[in-house]
Design a binder for this molecule. Sequence first.
Ligand SMILES: Cc1ncc(COP(=O)(O)O)c(C=O)c1O
Length: 434
Amino acid sequence: MNDNIRSPVAQKQALSVPTDADAVHDELIALANDDVDVFGGRVFSLAYVPDPVTQSLSNDAYRMFAHTNGLNADAFPSLRRMQADVVSQILGWTHAPAGAAGFMTSGGTESLILAVRSALKMYQSSQSAGDTSPGRSPGRLNMVLPTSAHAAFEKAAEYFDVEARRIPVLPDWRANVSMMAEAIDADTVLLVGSAPQYPQGVIDPITELSELATSRNIPLHVDACMGGVTLTFLERAGEAIPLWDFRLNGVTSLSVDLHKYGYTAKGAGVLLYRDKQRRAAQTFVTDNWLGGLYGSSGILGTKSGGPIASAWAVMRHLGDSGYQALTVTARDAALRLANHLEQHDVLQLRSWPDSTLVSFGTRSNDESIFAIADVLRTKGWYLDRQGPPPSLHATINAVHESVMTEFLRDLDDASSRVSASGTTGRTSTYGTIE
Ligand SMILES: Cc1ncc(COP(=O)(O)O)c(C=O)c1O
């Protein structure tokens, strides 16, 4: 790597001195040198790689629309059309009823924050309409969710000052519905389940959560950011998948990410609602400034058309049969890893994967699992580190099928070396704040 690129002082200078476009291009290549190798399948986190033709189409679509602005689709009817097509496709996949609607978002975190906002606004408008329970003393509003639900719900809780009432999961890592029922009170604005949850890759009992939501008249968000595409196509491939989508009457909103198992460029997800009223509650409109009427569907103002175009182009190209094939390939790779771990003498599978997420630790449940990750890293493999309990997490996608034999060999080698040496490694964060 070029030292000029590394030094912060040189970096500043680099940005103030006009530089030939070819030289800048070379510098970009140099900058990417230290990044993990996404396309070779050595990264089990953060990135999803389809076949080369789809990948190249996605890149082209992104480039063509990168400088368009989804803030105002009047100027870019192309973006309106592409977003409508994408949302409509996912409404179909998730068996949404007539009247359901949604928006594209920048991904899972924005979807989850907006799902909380919509639930809050709906609750507040029902209160101002006089729909209060007798004898009730209003407290801090809360949402009831399992400890496994994604960290972005904490972000929403902090942003909106809502209590995230976290309920411990059962020994099988799934939501404990009866404990969640006990945690509900008159200030509960939302229940949450995941299909699947990220940490151990299991689907919460969404049917029971839906019954609870219906009986207590509280909205239920299903976080299918990870599983929305995969579960749709595993079911179509004949796997017995428990219900998790709008076929369950209590499900009021649902998030599906495209930049994960939709294999599209980063910055694309979908947030769907059972009805348009709930969708309207996520939007924002003001004329309280000197610039006229301003409205936006999500958190962002200006938003690049690149991710929208990539999503539309990839979905149009792959169609249902393309997704079916990618899903089955990813599932086969995930099951190969799960089977291997089930018989391992050092490593322990946390749970049989309900989709394509595989989590594992050591049989002794200690931090030596992170030393195993360190050894794997020296061979170019990158896995997420998480806990409690100390575990590694593999988000398996289609690209991993071709490297699984090599990965299993290196995993075995790393685990025997670490067991023999008795070393422990370090954990790391799932995201960064730099
Ligand atoms: C279940 C689940 N929900 C939400 C998210 C957040 O998605 P994003 O990182 O796209 O904001 C993730 C990310 O891995 C996830 O696994």
